[in-house]
Design a protein around this ligand. Structure first.
Ligand code: FMN
Length: 409
């Protein structure tokens, strides 16, 4: 007798997570150029950075014909009781329909079914799925009842997923999924997973760490087979996440633990070519990846501050150019420092378009290095402070040196 494998049907415009090695959702590190880079090197699917429902609600969808992107923009709400008429719009989310197409999953930060549906409706027709973040342990997320806080309120989490399945999956024919962490005991995790797979979701990602665990601590894999088993019984695809280093390792782990696929975060943040198969040559030298990243960032006119942030992950800290990059102020300077002369003309043009031409002169390579390195640190602590103090939507918090992009209507 042949056994029939149960599968929650994948909606017409959705995507099956089975057999996929994917880029994890990463705030700041998962913006458009990082996702395009991951796809370029072989990622099967890419998750966008968590975007909080409140910051998406009220955005306007605009086709950016020059960049061939779709931009979701809004006037900044921070402290603006009486916004000036000439206020520049904030870019909340940018995607590239042709290059990301049906391989992009939008991750939402939410603690409320109605808001989740309202925000998802804005982006649903441009993505292959909506994923609910139920794993972020940071106070700015959990204090609003979002992220890992949802693991403690499973009924609320299920009602969010059910609302998305009922309203969004039906109307837009895309899949709904969830990303969770492990609970304190296998029994508790099992109970939670059983509830989640009964909501109509098509996929579940398990980050194999508990909420209090720090990123440095090794992922725990003891519960993985049990979780994969429950998902399989219910026909829900199961992705594993946590300490997956590259595609070859992902394939081994998938076979060992019986999961359907794997998700990679920090390894991709420091070298996106981790998605290349060994047959294609595996991991590439950092400089090659950095060149590709700069080209991609310029193509989509990524905010300079965000590009620089990821450059400081892609360039190994021991490299002499690392510190020079931390003090660079434009695409042109970065290309010059890295010796990418062939990209300098393009870089100047992009700098001009995004309004950072004033700093195009090559700075003295001495003197400003330490100041710049500490300014990045400073920006990060400012973001943390802002997030905890004001609980602003994450997508509205910007690095101090990131200009808000002005968009043509
Ligand atoms: C910079 C950064 C930002 C992250 N942002 C998110 C996020 O927006 N949503 C989310 O669910 N997880 C987020 N995470 C967690 C990752 O998606 C992933 O679960 C975690 O890093 C473990 O995977 P790894 O061991 O491959 O790094 C983030 C991680 C990093 C390093």
């Amino acid at each position: 007798m042949t056994s029939v494998t149960k599968r929650v049907p994948i909606p017409r415009n959705g995507v099956d997570y089975r057999g996929k090695i994917v880029l994890a959702p990463m705030v700041r590190s998962g913006e458009l150029p990082s996702r395009l880079l991951a796809l370029h090197y072989g990622a099967d699917l890419v998750w966008g950075p968590e975007t909080v429902d409140r910051s998406m609600i009220g955005t306007t969808r605009k086709v950016n014909e020059a960049l061939e992107t779709i931009d979701f923009t809004r006037l900044p709400s921070q402290g603006a009781k009486d916004p000036h008429r000439d206020q520049k719009e904030s870019l909340i989310y940018r995607l590239h329909p042709e290059r990301e197409g049906k391989r992009l999953i939008f991750q939402i930060g939410t603690s409320d079914p109605e808001r989740a549906v309202q925000a998802s409706r804005i982006v649903a027709k441009d993505v292959a799925g909506i994923d609910v973040n139920a794993g972020c342990p940071k106070p700015f997320s959990t204090s609003g009842g979002m992220g890992a806080a949802l693991l403690q309120t499973p009924d609320k989490l299920c009602s969010i997923l059910e609302a998305l399945v009922k309203e969004i999956a039906t109307e837009f024919e895309i899949g709904i999924s969830v990303k969770i962490r492990l609970l304190e005991t296998a029994e508790k995790t099992e109970m939670l997973v059983r509830k989640l797979v009964a909501t109509g979701i098509t996929g579940l990602t398990i980050h194999c760490r508990t909420t209090p665990m720090r990123p440095r601590e090794r992922a725990i894999r003891e519960q993985l087979k049990m979780i994969a088993h429950i998902c399989r019984e219910s026909g829900v695809a199961c992705l594993m996440n946590g300490d997956v280093g590259n595609k070859a390792e992902a394939e081994k782990l998938v076979a060992e633990f019986g999961v359907d696929g794997a998700m990679i975060a920090t390894a991709a943040e420091s070298n996106s070519s981790c998605f290349r198969s060994e047959a294609d040559g595996g991991l590439l030298p950092w400089k090659e990846v950095v060149e590709e990243y700069l080209k991609t960032s310029m193509e989509v006119e990524n905010r300079w501050g965000n590009t620089k942030y990821l450059l400081t992950h892609l360039i190994p800290g021991k490299q002499p150019v690392y510190r020079e990059i931390t003090s660079s102020k434009s695409y042109y300077q970065a290309c010059h420092i890295l010796g990418f002369e062939h990209l300098e003309a393009q870089a100047k043009a992009v700098d001009e378009k995004i309004g950072i031409t004033g700093d195009n002169e090559i700075q003295s390579r001495r003197g400003k290095k330490n100041k710049a390195a500490s300014s990045i640190q400073e920006n990060h602590s400012k973001i943390r402070k802002l997030n905890t103090e004001n609980q602003k939507p994450l997508a509205e918090i910007r690095l101090q040196n990131e200009p808000v992009i002005a968009l043509a209507a």
